[in-house]
Write a protein that binds this ligand. Structure first.
Ligand code: FBP
Length: 557
């Protein structure tokens, strides 16, 4: 290995921690079953679509006195969707468990996301190769992709590739869309007697793949701490120069968990939460009223500066925008196949869109600046999502506030930022390094017990790693029916910010104080070595949701 930074060298030596139920060894496990499960909604439709994998029980692992031995087997792994810190450690945990079970076992990595299994593009992991990636950020070990696995042809070619490599289990490391793929593939393999198990691992910096069994998806911890550091630095700058308002858009496609967590870590002057905007039916104009009021009141106190946090997915949660985008998504799926539209110039495209949208939605679309209109028309991702990371909501808000303040005498000079990609490939924090390694190790434990259509689950995460609880949760339990590409499809339901929950309450109780009095916090960079109170601290979100706020928040008071 050449060209390693000093931190890389030290991180490669870090030995991630496992829950004590798993740390006795992969051959020393037993498991207990919970009761049968139901999907979160649309039970009848989901049951019908997942005849073989619906309704299975949750499972929990415990260490056993008996030692099992395992036949040789081959496993495939896929990294799917957006990068999240710790993905390499999931593979490392999976690899170590698999080799511990039987040194002749093989792990194949499919290249470039789900398309790797369809096209038969893979590598075989070796000790030497795996060791280069332990505790590192990124998904570059095998690459990632967003191909949606849903057609009969895709399933058939995946089966052919697995048969060729003698693979009897596939682990899909992904977010809600990717684990929907995992559920579909698991069902298809059972229905076709393929003898191949499918296990998912909960990944996404967005933090929206969670429920009672999945306390948080991996990557959220590291990504939010990275954004916390950057926002803290911006706050110092704003408070030093006292001349700019910084509008910071924070990644997180739909849910505002990332923006909310970053706000609790840094205490900025304004934080918008998409779920609140939707619940209060706030129009774009009323959001501008809210922000302009704070900017004006601060200005009256001689403070022509501040920091505002804007969640990436905001635009879809503003009622008139959300309705227009839903209408746009439906019409785009047919317009994208129409050569008259695809060959048209931008201005002609806008008028085709305005003539095809309903009249209310056409009015909303036409009221937007050209830049935002063009960004709204960009390609959808393979799952039918608008690519909100490409929509510059922060600039839209700045320009609308500038117009609103014109002639009022309030000084408003703004800088815009988008913190997203900066946080997705950071070196995993100690928490994510341990959590990811445990998720991967645990995924192999699920495989050894013959389970399929399960998501690797490690919980009790605010406790030391030795007290974490390892097990599995059926993927169908998290599903409901949603409209995608103009059709109803089974998908894993996103967990949005709960407005009556303790995390949002922490913001709501403090935001007026933070708006007017500068209560900025400066979290600084993630620490990997040093006192546990700094290095092993979890997120406010996890701590508040698990009711251990005192321990974690004391550092901020
Ligand atoms: P996943 O849901 O796949 O984890 O991706 C999350 C995310 O980082 C979102 O926060 C963001 O909107 C999106 O990916 C960006 O996608 P891309 O990487 O394709 O630009």
């Amino acid at each position: 290995m050449t060209n390693l930074s000093p931190l890389q060298v030290e991180r490669l030596k870090y030995q991630p921690k496992l829950p004590s139920s798993l740390s006795e060894g992969i051959n020393k496990l037993t498991y207990s079953e919970g009761s049968a499960t139901e999907s979160v909604a649309n039970q009848a439709e989901i049951k019908e679509l997942f005849k073989n994998t619906y309704g299975k029980p949750t499972v929990t692992f415990n260490s056993s006195n008996e030692t099992q031995s395992f036949e040789q087997r081959n496993v495939g792994v896929i990294l799917s969707g957006g990068q999240a810190p710790g993905g390499h450690n999931v593979i490392a945990g999976l690899y170590d468990a698999l080799k511990q079970a039987n040194p002749s076992n093989k792990l194949y990595g499919f290249l470039g996301g789900p398309s790797g299994i369809i096209e038969g593009k893979y590598i075989e992991f070796t000790d030497e190769f795996m060791n280069e990636y332990r505790n590192t950020g990124g998904f570059d070990i095998i690459g990632s992709g967003r191909t949606k696995l849903e057609t009969e042809e895709q399933f058939k070619s995946s089966l052919e590739v697995c048969k060729k490599l003698n693979i009897s289990a596939v682990v899909i490391i992904g977010g809600d869309d990717s684990n929907t793929n995992a559920a579909l593939l698991a069902e298809w393999f059972v229905a076709n007697n393929a003898g191949i198990q499918v296990i998912g691992c909960p990944k996404t910096i967005d933090g929206d793949l969670k429920n009672e069994q999945i306390e948080i998806s991996f990557g959220f911890d590291t990504a939010t701490k990275t954004y916390g550091e950057l926002i803290g630095n911006i706050q110092r700058d704003a408070n030093s120069a006292k001349k700019y308002w910084h509008f910071v858009k924070i990644m997180g496609r739909s849910a505002s968990h990332v923006a909310l967590e970053a706000a609790l870590q840094t205490q900025p002057n304004i934080t918008l939460i998409s779920e609140e905007v939707e619940a209060k039916k706030m129009s774009l104009s009323s959001i501008i009223d809210y922000m302009t009021d704070i900017i004006t009141r601060r200005s009256q106190n001689g403070k022509n500066f501040g920091v505002a946090i804007i969640p990436e997915g905001l635009i879809e949660f503003i009622p008139e925008m959300g309705a227009m985008i839903a209408n746009l998504n439906d019409i785009m799926s047919s317009l994208e196949k129409d050569s008259h539209y695809t060959n048209a110039e931008q201005s002609e495209k806008f008028s085709i869109i305005e003539n095809t949208l309903s009249s209310d939605n056409a009015k909303v679309f036409s009221s937007l600046p050209t830049l935002i209109k063009a960004q709204l028309l960009m390609d959808r991702d393979p799952h039918g999502n608008v690519q909100v990371s490409k929509i510059e909501t922060e600039k839209l808000l700045i320009s609308m506030i500038e117009s609103r303040l014109k002639g009022t005498g309030v000084k408003f000079s703004a800088q815009s930022h988008f913190f997203g990609y900066e946080g997705r490939c950071a070196f995993p924090s100690n928490f994510d390094a341990d959590y990811c390694y445990s998720l991967g190790y645990n995924a192999f434990a699920l495989i050894t017990f013959g389970l399929t259509g399960y998501l690797s689950s490690v919980r009790n995460l605010t406790e030391p790693a030795s007290n974490w609880i390892a097990g599995g949760v059926p993927l169908t339990m998290m599903m409901n029916m949603e409209r995608r590409h103009g059709e109803m499809k089974p998908v894993i339901k996103k967990a949005l910010v709960e407005l009556d929950g303790p995390v949002f309450k922490q913001l709501a109780d403090n935001r007026e104080d933070w708006a007017m009095n500068d209560r900025y916090l400066f979290p600084g960079a993630i620490q990997y070595f040093g006192p546990s109170s700094v290095c092993d601290i979890t997120t406010r979100t996890l701590a508040l949701e698990q009711g251990v706020n005192k321990k974690v928040l004391s550092a901020t008071v």
